[in-house]
Design a protein. Sequence first.
Lengths: 117, 115
Amino acid sequence: GAVVSQHPSWVICKSGTSVKIECRSLDFQATTMFWYRQFPKQSLMLMATSNEGSKATYEQGVEKDKFLINHASLTLSTLTVTSAHPEDSSFYICSAPFGRALTGELFFGEGSRLTVL
Amino acid sequence: AQKVTQAQTEISVVEKEDVTLDCVYETRDTTYYLFWYKQPPSGELVFLIRRNSFDEQNEISGRYSWNFQKSTSSFNFTITASQVVDSAVYFCALSERYNTDKLIFGTGTRLQVFP
């Protein structure tokens, strides 16, 4: 079963509103989580590294004020798309390392598809 | 700078054919990790393999096999006797030595297997 869960799976919102996407680690603690963005038929682009108890680290070109990341607990990171516009429509995916030292596997959430009208 | 190139955008095969997905990477690190992930239509990424830069042994897992060649910076993925369920987008990814959780993805190869 999934060890990283995202909610909601899909969301439609009006332009100008803010949308929050949650990423939860199930049954394990994640001091770090990663947020990716995927455009249709394109690759995953790392947006930011979410750090529990401290500020997120954003990749070059990602607007910090547009994409707010909060890692309030060891099992939850949230991505808030503020004042969303149609160009923010995308598939957002989070990941959290779990058992990596043993299996090398990075677990990804199911993704959240955002459509901004 | 790190980079992963998957030159094949889309591949179509008929069931039972063998198919190889190419992956070429660039990195200045001497220690790094390479990954393959499968993304079916549902969207969730499915881990297939991780290989570290010191292990050049080829890997076989059922119908899947991987060929890692450091000399050509390639980490190719072969599916033998493809099946319709193999239809998906496959991503090759690279991670840094000191931040192995941060992945740099290739652009993906969409594989369509027809019955």
